[in-house]
Write a protein that binds this ligand. Structure first.
Ligand SMILES: NC(=O)c1ccc[n+]([C@@H]2O[C@H](COP(=O)([O-])OP(=O)(O)OC[C@H]3O[C@@H](n4cnc5c(N)ncnc54)[C@H](OP(=O)(O)O)[C@@H]3O)[C@@H](O)[C@H]2O)c1
Length: 322
């Protein structure tokens, strides 16, 4: 089969379409014949370094794939060849993709396979962060950073569906405005505004209850300074710089905390797919919508990734397998 693999070069890295062995499912796995691949910022990280426990290049990037079930492991129940499927995987940039069945999901009914490929990583991340980790309650204020990121686009809508008052942030007024269209009540432009001062103003000095931080650096610092009593920050990524250090004892005195989260751990622990069940229902009820800005063939994977590198995406980019 064909797969796109990262190779390190003297000047950096490149993506190469190559012939590799077609995977066979283990007992608890399925193989998916890929039709569409959702891009994530983590795909860019694979151009620089292998995450802990993952193979060094040449390695196949990609966390989101959708298509049809091709083969099913002997212990897997509920899936048959030909079933439509979307999945959180490692190694999505391939014609056939292996995954444990626990992170393979039925797409919401009526949704295209391209849209389905944009869902698992960002919607599940935002779901587990806001519910299982932060315990966001109706009426609380949730601050979902980076409205235009995949996680932000998903998080704003999920926080609203959970009954929270939603604030957001982004790098331009236009992106803040789009965050408001997704359900945020107000937002901060972190390129031009003082984030902490704006959040103070927007919460009447009370602060925010829950922060979903996918930006890090100075945005993390401003979030920390804007937490309400018993406020919680879930950090999932830091493209703007390392997470700052903080005084855990000082936070504890206010009943506050900061926790990192990894979506694979959460999704693999959720054997009954409770997170996906709720998300799927909300998509089918029209409470959630995905935002796919552009669809490109996977032969243009470098161009597709460059859109993410250039921060030229609101929502998601999806590649079709042609
Ligand atoms: N822990 C987990 O399980 C998990 C799961 C999913 C994602 N993540 C992480 O969460 C982060 C967001 O992922 P994503 O796929 O949603 O990202 P994405 O769609 O590529 O969006 C990232 C956004 O962050 C904003 N940003 C602010 N400062 C930035 C900087 N210095 N460099 C780049 N972008 C910057 C940009 O929006 P503006 O232009 O508006 O500033 C950009 O559009 C990534 O770090 C990713 O690895 C972690």
């Amino acid at each position: 089969m064909r797969a796109i693999r990262v190779h390190f070069t003297a000047t950096g890295s490149e993506l190469r379409m190559e012939e590799v062995p077609t995977p066979q499912p283990g007992p608890d796995q399925i193989v998916i014949k890929a039709q569409a691949i959702g891009l994530n910022r983590a795909d860019l990280g694979r151009r620089r370094t292998a995450p802990p426990g993952q193979p060094e290049p040449p390695a196949t990037p990609g966390l989101d794939v959708a298509g049809a079930v091709e083969a099913v492991g002997i212990d897997v129940r509920g899936w048959r060849p030909g079933d439509p499927v979307t999945a959180l995987v490692r190694g999505a940039y391939a014609e056939y993709v292996l995954t444990r069945a626990v992170t393979a999901y039925r797409p919401p009914s009526g949704m295209s396979i391209v849209e389905a490929a944009s869902l698992p990583c960002v919607f599940l991340t935002a779901w587990y962060a806001l519910t299982k980790m932060a315990g966001l309650k109706p009426g609380e204020t949730a601050l979902i950073h980076a409205a235009g990121s995949g996680v932000g686009m998903a998080g704003i809508q999920i926080a609203r569906a959970l009954g929270a008052r939603v604030l957001t942030s982004a790098g331009s007024d236009a992106r803040v405005a789009r965050g408001r269209q997704l359900g945020a009540e107000a937002g901060v432009n972190y390129s031009t505004q003082d984030v902490a001062a704006e959040l103070h103003h927007l919460t009447g000095g009370r602060g925010v209850d829950v922060v979903l931080d996918s930006v890090g650096g100075p945005i993390f610092d401003a979030s920390l300074g804007s937490l309400a009593q018993r406020g919680r920050i879930v950090t999932i990524g830091a493209p703007a710089g390392q997470r700052a250090s903080y005084d855990a004892n000082a936070l504890a005195a206010m009943g506050q905390w900061v926790k990192p989260m990894g979506v694979f751990n959460e999704a693999q622990e959720d054997g009954e797919q409770r997170g996906w069940s709720q998300l799927k229902a909300w998509f089918e009820e029209g409470k959630l919508h995905t935002v796919v800005q552009q669809v490109l063939p996977w032969t243009q994977a470098e161009a597709a990734q460059k859109l993410l590198t250039d921060r030229a995406v609101f929502g998601k980019i999806v590649m079709t397998v042609v």
